[in-house]
Write a protein that binds this ligand. Sequence first.
Ligand code: OOG
Ligand code: NI
Length: 267
Amino acid sequence: MQLDVFNTLWKNYTLQNPSAQAVHDLFTQEGEQVINDHIAFRTFDDPRMNIAVLSKKFIKLGYVPKGEYKFEDKHLNAIHLEHPTIENAPRVFISELILSEFSEEFQKTVKRRLNSVGNAYYADPDLIYKGSVWGKPSYADYQFLRKESEYAAWLYIHGFRANHFTVSINALKRYNTIEKVNQFIKDKGYEMNTTGGEIKGTPEKFLQQSSTLAEMIEMEFEEGIYEVPACFYEFAIRYPDESGQLFSGFIAANANKIFDSTNFRTV
Ligand code: OOG
Ligand code: NI
């Protein structure tokens, strides 16, 4: 990786989610080269921290906005950015939660939290590394937000960080199909997200994806320590589109199911 930003994000991600490093290392032990297809961020559509704000860091590095996506049932907008010249620079997927589409009480709970710190926190160019800038979360609020949005609950406790990295299956030699990758991951004892089937997408749509279920971690809340889902690892294979070029965008129907990788669950 030639961009330091991804090294820092990877460090934070694997420190919190050692299973991602372990899976990465399983591939390198097999002699494979792990290239990141993309990484993803989540945020609120509040103008202090929306997609435009998080994109800035990448635009400064030469990234260009490419695709736009809508997830009506999850109340999300998203974009993806690509780097036009740096070889193997990961795509960057950024989504934002449309707060106005939720109940008054939900909006109040989120806004209270967002307003609990000064605007300087959000203006920091390093916001993308900051995680939750809002201090110790309330478990009651976390569970309340979940009733309307699993995404909001996750974002409330984890904040600004790469919520997943994605292994490019196109760059693997031996594990050159998504079926082989999934089998390898399951044989090593990791659980996959099975929402809508283990494999999201078809070669005819030019993109197939799968992901692990988010690692469960212990987190300190105002009420005590609870286990919560953190981040997941994704696997993606791209196919040439009508133009003969590898498809480079995202598929909303796939993404809609990938989001569920961080849903709350009890173990
Ligand atoms: C992003 C989900 C979408 C993809 O590759 O389609 C996605 C998220 O969970 O924040 O990663
Ligand atoms: Ni993804």
